[in-house]
Write a protein that binds this ligand. Structure first.
Ligand code: UDX
Ligand code: UDX
Ligand code: ADP
Length: 459
């Protein structure tokens, strides 16, 4: 079966870039990305490619090439479902904020709404592809809804988890380590294999059963997060023993059984996936009474929370146990460099801790707008929106953020921070001038030479 029309429900960080690349590489397949959010669709259609709702290096060129040719963004969900041979579901699956599994299980209400809508609209056979990260056996629920509420047409369900990392989405999509497709129907699997074969070598397209594919996505993220928590646990040990965590990373990373990647100590991992997926894994394990398994993975989150708190407490302790009324300049708010995404960013939690101590936080991030920063703080619900605005100021100029600051804290590893005129900054900061580097980004020798008191994770 040759796919001619693809629809993707959800035009977010996953659906948008993934479908753009599928369309770019398959000029004969018409790809339509739909979303309920009108502003988001309007931004995807903006003639000015710098206004796309997702910032990713290289994405503007891909969208510029395919949009209007065989890539379309629309809010007409029903029409796009009706016309497609293959429908990707790429809606958000946040952690539940209510009821059973609150704070742990994935909230599947958006997925279920999609399934019901597909069932109601479809008048011909469809292949339905899970792209969102989901708990194992969601496909079963999807199938049950589709088969029982549909118009008697056939649905084949595939799981095709996305492994792109934000900030490198386009290169990850162009050159994936692997593409994973899980399913029960050989013909449906082959149809999706063909879409990817347009640019991915066949040997990198792995096929499995549905449950293995769903579980592999959770496990991949859990393993990656576990590496970050493992090295972060060692960073604390390094600080008290005089070892240097970067040297330890390098030494162990040379072991080919361990490998060099994902061993960078930091203020803590963030992003929409790691915490959510581990919580999911923990929830599933508990639901089968696998207590030892659940406890094992839960430690990854506990250690990550500890790392964020520890970073904030070190700032407070170093500033003579009081930050009340002191200006702390935050360099970076995004959860990693080269993205405007702030979901679960360590910066949010570090700020929250300092705000509890009545510090003034002045934030500069090259890509995150002020409104997003206030939204992130409101979402925590620790204090009133007015209180957040009283204590937190967001500026567009890093030198303005740092002028008069008692301390600078590096929360995101944006490259531009390294190139600042730190001599000039030193002149404008309060003395002693502290720098707390949560990303081990800046040059200790250079800063100490200039008279900064420099603290970096794991040294
Ligand atoms: C280990 C380290 O590999 C080595 O670098 C160090 O110098 C000494 O400790 P060793 O204990 O001899 O070496 O064997 P290793 O191959 O690491 O296996 C250790 C145990 O892990 C074995 O019981 C092995 O069966 C088990 N193992 C290893 C697994 O169960 N699964 C694996 O994937 C790998
Ligand atoms: C992750 C997975 O990498 C990707 O395969 C999956 O599809 C989605 O989740 P993402 O969250 O976008 O991608 O970014 P990633 O590069 O994995 O970083 C996650 C967090 O870990 C960031 O906050 C990053 O700063 C942190 N991190 C990463 C470290 O602190 N140290 C490291 O060595 C690597
Ligand atoms: P992700 O990182 O998984 O891509 P995002 O939150 O960035 O998550 O994107 C998910 C998108 O899915 C949002 O833009 C949201 O508006 C959209 N969405 C959620 N439910 C539906 C639905 N039933 N129909 C269409 N779009 C939906």
């Amino acid at each position: 079966m040759q796919i001619k029309k693809i629809t993707c429900i959800g035009a977010g960080y996953v659906g948008g870039p993934t479908m753009s690349v599928i369309a770019q590489k398959n000029p004969n397949v018409e790809v339509t990305v739909v979303d309920l959010n009108e502003a988001r669709i309007a931004a995807w259609n903006d003639a000015d490619l710098s206004k796309l709702p997702v910032y990713e290096p290289g994405l503007d060129a891909v969208v510029g090439e395919a949009r209007g040719r065989n890539l379309f963004f629309s809010t007409d969900v029903d029409k796009a479902i009706d016309e497609a041979d293959m429908i990707f579901i790429s809606v958000n699956t946040p952690t539940k904020t209510y009821g059973k599994g609150k704070g742990q299980a994935a909230d599947l209400k958006y997925i279920e709404l999609c399934a019901r809508q597909i069932a109601a609209v479809a008048k011909s056979d469809k292949i339905v592809v899970e792209k969102s990260t989901l708990p194992v056996r969601t496909a079963e629920a999807l199938k049950s809804i589709l088969d029982n509420t549909g118009n008697g047409v056939n649905f084949h369900i595939l799981s095709n988890p996305e492994f792109l990392a934000e900030g490198t989405a386009v290169t990850d999509l162009h050159n994936p380590d692997r593409v994973l497709i899980g399913g029960e129907d050989a013909e449906a699997i082959e149809a999706l294999v063909q879409v990817y074969e347009a640019w991915v070598p066949r040997e990198r397209i792995l096929t499995t059963n549905l449950w293995s594919s769903e579980l592999s996505k959770l496990v991949a993220n859990a393993f990656l997060a576990q590496r970050v928590s493992s090295i972060n646990s060692i960073s604390e040990l390094c600080e008290v023993t005089g070892a240097n965590v970067d040297e330890v990373s390098r030494a162990i990373g040379h072991d080919s059984r361990i490998g060099a990647k994902f061993l960078k100590a930091s203020v803590g991992f963030g992003g929409s996936c790691f915490q959510k997926d581990i919580l999911n894994l923990v929830y599933i394990a508990r639901s089968y009474n696998l207590t030892a398994v659940a406890n094992y993975w839960e430690q990854v989150i506990i250690l990550n929370d500890h790392q964020k708190v520890r970073f904030a407490e070190n700032i407070i302790k170093t500033l003579y146990n009081t930050v009340n009324g002191k200006n702390i300049a935050f360099l970076g708010w995004a959860f990693k460099k080269d993205t405007n995404d702030t979901r679960e960013s360590a910066a949010i939690y570090v700020a929250d801790h300092l705000l509890d101590e009545e510090a003034n936080v002045i934030v500069y991030d090259p890509k995150v707008p002020a409104e997003q920063i206030y939204r992130d703080l409101v979402y925590l619900g620790t204090r009133s929106p007015e209180e957040n605005r009283r204590l937190v100021k967001v500026v567009n100029d890093p030198y303005e953020a740092l002028a008069g600051a008692h301390a600078a804290a590096v929360l995101t590893e944006w490259d531009e921070f390294k190139g600042y005129d730190w001599a000039k900054i030193k002149e404008t900061m309060k003395r002693p001038s502290f720098v707390f580097d949560g990303r081990k980004l800046l040059n200790r020798a250079q800063l100490e030479e200039l008279g900064f008191v420099y603290y970096a994770i794991g040294e």
